[in-house]
Design a protein around this ligand. Structure first.
Ligand code: ADP
Ligand code: MG
Length: 705
C-alpha cells in the first residue's frame, strides 16, 4: 500500500524519464498526482448511431471492425491506415496517420468504442484519429474520461492510467483530512478518498457533482481559514508614530499635476498614517490601468521616510519591480531618499550590501519581488509595506510582508476592478480607496476584433506600424506547442457534445490551433518579418532573461515582442502602439483589458486587435464588450455577468490554475458558490480546524503564526 505522499516512482511505469516529465507538471508524489485535477471530461457515454450524427459532431460510436486495417505509405514516409467499422445503422471509415501499429490492434469482428469528430468525406462518414477503447463483456467502459493538462512526452492515457493506479494503491486512511467534521455533518459531503475517485473517474453525473462539491468546499474552507487568520492579525493600535509632513516638496518634485482622485487617495493615506490613534493603515488602492496608483504609493513612502522610517514595496514580477525602481529612484533622488532594488536575480554580493544597508537604516526604501519575503530581509526601522498588483498575491503573502515589523502600515494596490460585494468579502480586513479618474490627455485605444481571414491585412498593419517607428506586442495563449492540446473547446458544457476528441499522441484534428509564443516568434522572424527584430518573452524564462528582453524592448531594440501574459501587469513602454492578442477568446476580459492597457501610453495613436476564430456566440459577445468600453470597471461587470468571477483571475502562462492569488479558484466560483463560501467562513471562525488544514494554510502561503 502507498500513502498520499509516496513518491511517484513507486507507481508502476514511472522511471527516471517519466518522473522528470511528471515533475514538469509539478507532480512528485501520489498527492500531487491526484491534485493534478482533470481540466474537463469527454462524455464518452454519449454514444450515437452513425446515422444519427451530423457532419462535424463529436461523440462516441460503438462500432465493430469490418475490414482488416490496411496501411499505405504516402509522401514523405507518412503512413495512412484505414479500415471500415460499423454499427447497426451503417458503416464508417476509420483513419489513422503515422500510427502503423494500430493495424495490430483492430481485428475484424472486434468491437470498440470510438470517440471523435465524425465528418463526411465524399458522402462517407469518417473518423480521423479517434480515441478508442475495446468493448468487452463484463468490463463496463467509463462514462466520462478525464482530460488533463499535459506536457509533451506524456499522453492523456498515460496520466489517466497512472492516476487510476494511484487511487487503487493509496491507503484510504492516509488521505489528508482538511475539513472539520462539522462540514460533513452540515453539508453532507463525501469523504476525501471518495472525492478523489469521483473527480478523476466519475461513473455518472451524480458522482461528478459529489466530487466537485467536496473540492469546492475544501478550497473555500482553506481560503476562509487563511482569511480569518489574516483578519485576526490586524492590530488596532501600536503603529509606528508618524508626525505631520509638509507635502509641498514632494509635489513639486513630480513631473505632473496630480489628478483630483490621486489627491483624495493620498489624503486618505496620510490620514491613516499620521493618526494619533496609531491604528496601522490597511488600505487597498484600486484603480484602472494607468490611473496612477504608483505615485500614491510613493507619497506614502515619502511620509514614512520623512519621519525617519523605512518602507518596502513588493511587486509580482522582476520586470515590474525593476520598472518601479527606475521610475521611483529618479523621483526620490530629487528628494534625498535612498532607494534599492532587491530581486531573485540580484547578485549575491549586491544583495548582501543591500541587506546591510537596510539593517543599518542607510537605505530608506527597498523595492523588490518575493525575494523580500524569502530572503530574510530585515529593516532597522520599518513603518510601511506596499504590495503592488495585489491580485497576484495572496492574503497570506501580504500578511507575511507585514510581519517584517510590528503593526506596520500596509498599502496594497490593485488594478483588478472587482465588484464591491466581492471586495467586501475578499478585502474585508482592508479600507478601500478608489482612483476613479485617469490623468488628462490619455488617448483611447481603438479596439478591433478580427478572424484568421484578416491575417494578411494584419501583417501589413504590423509592418506599417513598425516602419513608422512604433513597436508591437503579440500575445499568445500558450508558451510551447502541445502543452495545451488537451484543452477542450471553449464553451464546454459537459455532456452537450462539442467536446473535442483527441487521438492518443495528443494532437487533435479539425480544431483551431492555439498559437504558441515560442513557435510563433520563430515563424514571424524567419518567414513573415525577416527584416524586423522579433523578440520573445514568457513565464518559463529565467528572470534575468526576461529582464534582458524587456529592457531591449523598452530601449527600442526589438520591434515586435511575442509574449504570453507575463506582460499583463504594469509594463510601461510608451513607444508601443499596437497590441495583438491571438486566440483572444482564451483570455478573460479583465485580462484582455490589462493587456490593452500596455499600449496608448505615449503619444502614438494606439490599437488593440483581438484575433479570434471563435464561433461561440457567448465568446463573441464577451469580446465585443472590449470594443464597446475602455472602462475597466464596466469590463469587470460585464465579465461577471457573462462568465462569473472565476474569470477575473485566469491561469498563469505556465498553466497553473492559481498563483497564490485571492479568488484564483480551481473549483469554486465565488458567484455561484456564494452560499458554500458563507458556510466555509462560518466554519472557519467557529470550529477547530484539523491540523492538516492549518498545515496547508501555512504551506500554501509560507507563513508561520
Ligand atoms: P497604474 O495605476 O496602472 O499603476 P502608474 O502609476 O504606472 O499606473 O501610472 C501610469 C503612468 O501615468 C505613469 O507613466 C505615470 O508617470 C503617469 N501618471 C501618473 N499620474 C499622472 C498624472 N496625474 N498626470 C500625468 N501622468 C501621470
Ligand atoms: Mg501599477
Amino acid at each position: 500500500m502507498l500513502t498520499f505522499n509516496s513518491p511517484v516512482k513507486q507507481l508502476p511505469g514511472v522511471g527516471e524519464a517519466r518522473a522528470k516529465l511528471l515533475f514538469k507538471l509539478d507532480i512528485t508524489d501520489t498527492g500531487s498526482l491526484l491534485r493534478h485535477f482533470p481540466r474537463a471530461y469527454q462524455h464518452r457515454g454519449n454514444v450515437r448511431l452513425l446515422s444519427e450524427a451530423a457532419d462535424g459532431e463529436v461523440a462516441a460510436f460503438i462500432l465493430t471492425v469490418r475490414s482488416q486495417p490496411v496501411t499505405k505509405e504516402v509522401k514523405n514516409r507518412m503512413t495512412i491506415t484505414k479500415f471500415s467499422a460499423a454499427d447497426k445503422s451503417g458503416a464508417a471509415v476509420i483513419v489513422f496517420f503515422n500510427q502503423r501499429y494500430v493495424g495490430d490492434i483492430f481485428g475484424v469482428g472486434d468491437t470498440f468504442r470510438f470517440w471523435g469528430k465524425l465528418t463526411y468525406d465524399r458522402g462517407v462518414p469518417t473518423l480521423v484519429s479517434p480515441a478508442y477503447e475495446e468493448v468487452r463483456e463484463g468490463r463496463p467502459l467509463p462514462e466520462f474520461v478525464p482530460i488533463y493538462r499535459l506536457t509533451s512526452g506524456l499522453s492523456q492515457k498515460y496520466l489517466g492510467n497512472l492516476t487510476r493506479a494511484a487511487l487503487e494503491r493509496i491507503e484510504p486512511g492516509s488521505y489528508p483530512e482538511l475539513l472539520p467534521k462539522e462540514a460533513y455533518e452540515k453539508l453532507g459531503l463525501c469523504r476525501p478518498a471518495e472525492a478523489y475517485r469521483y473527480i478523476h473517474f466519475p461513473q455518472n453525473y451524480a458522482e461528478l457533482d459529489r466530487g466537485r462539491k467536496y473540492f469546492v468546499f475544501e478550497e473555500l474552507y482553506i481560503f476562509s481559514l487563511a482569511l480569518t487568520r489574516a483578519r485576526k492579525e490586524r492590530a488596532t493600535g501600536g503603529a509606528p508614530p508618524l508626525g505631520p509632513v509638509d507635502p509641498s516638496e514632494f509635489l513639486s518634485a513630480l513631473p505632473f499635476e496630480l489628478t483630483r482622485a490621486q489627491k483624495r487617495v493620498i489624503n486618505e493615506i496620510y490620514a491613516d498614517m499620521v493618526s494619533p490613534a496609531r491604528r496601522p493603515m490597511a488600505r487597498l488602492v484600486s484603480g484602472d490601468v494607468g490611473s496612477g496608483k504608483t505615485i500614491c504609493a510613493a507619497a506614502a513612502v515619502y511620509f514614512a521616510v520623512k519621519n525617519g522610517y523605512q518602507a518596502m514595496m513588493m511587486a509580482p514580477t522582476e520586470i515590474l519591480a525593476a520598472q518601479h525602481y527606475k521610475d521611483l529612484s529618479a523621483l526620490f533622488s530629487r528628494l534625498g531618499v535612498s532607494v534599492a532594488l532587491l530581486t531573485g536575480s540580484t547578485k549575491a554580493s549586491e544583495k548582501k550590501a543591500i541587506k546591510e544597508g537596510l539593517a543599518s537604516g542607510e537605505i530608506d526604501f527597498v523595492i523588490g519581488t518575493h525575494a523580500l519575503i524569502t530572503d530574510d530581509v530585515e529593516l532597522k526601522n520599518p513603518a510601511l509595506v506596499i504590495t503592488d498588483e495585489q491580485h497576484r498575491f495572496g492574503v497570506m503573502q501580504r500578511a507575511k510582508l507585514a510581519s517584517k515589523g510590528k503593526n506596520l502600515h500596509v498599502l496594497v494596490m490593485s488594478a483588478t476592478p472587482i465588484p464591491r460585494t466581492l471586495a467586501m468579502i475578499l478585502y474585508g480586513d482592508l479600507d478601500l480607496s478608489a482612483i476613479d479618474e485617469l490623468p488628462p490627455g490619455r488617448q483611447k485605444v481603438d479596439t478591433y476584433i478580427v478572424d484568421e481571414s484578416y491575417r494578411e491585412r494584419l501583417n501589413a498593419f504590423i509592418s506599417k506600424n513598425v516602419k513608422e517607428g512604433g513597436q508591437v506586442y503579440i500575445v499568445c495563449p500558450t508558451i510551447e506547442e502541445h502543452e495545451d492540446d488537451n484543452e477542450l473547446g471553449e464553451g464546454l458544457v459537459i455532456g452537450e457534445g462539442g467536446v473535442v476528441g483527441f487521438d492518443f499522441d495528443g494532437t487533435r484534428e479539425g480544431d483551431t490551433k492555439l498559437k504558441s509564443a515560442v513557435k510563433y516568434a520563430e515563424v514571424l522572424q524567419n518567414e513573415v518579418f525577416p527584416n524586423f527584430r522579433v523578440g520573445l518573452i514568457h513565464g518559463k524564462m529565467r528572470p534575468a532573461e526576461k529582464d534582458a528582453v524587456m529592457s531591449e524592448f523598452a530601449a527600442g531594440n526589438i520591434d515586435i515582442l511575442v509574449s504570453t501574459t507575463v506582460i499583463e501587469v504594469g509594463i510601461n513602454v510608451p513607444n508601443a502602439s499596437l497590441m495583438i492578442v491571438e486566440n483572444a477568446e482564451r483570455f478573460g476580459l479583465a485580462q484582455l483589458h490589462q493587456l490593452r492597457g500596455r499600449v496608448g501610453r505615449g503619444t502614438r495613436k494606439s490599437y488593440c486587435i483581438l484575433v479570434s476564430d471563435t464561433k461561440n456566440e457567448q465568446s463573441k459577445r464577451r469580446l465585443q464588450v472590449l470594443r464597446e468600453t475602455s472602462d475597466g470597471y464596466k469590463v469587470a461587470e460585464a465579465d461577471l455577468e457573462l462568465r462569473g468571477p472565476g474569470d477575473f483571475f485566469p491561469r498563469g502562462d505556465d498553466g497553473s490554475p492559481r498563483q497564490h492569488g485571492e479568488l484564483r479558484f480551481r473549483f469554486a466560483s465565488l458567484w455561484s458558490d456564494m452560499e458554500l463560501l458563507k458556510s466555509a467562513l462560518e466554519l472557519a471562525s467557529t470550529c477547530e480546524p484539523p491540523p492538516a488544514a492549518l498545515e496547508t494554510v501555512r504551506g500554501l502561503f509560507d507563513i508561520s503564526y
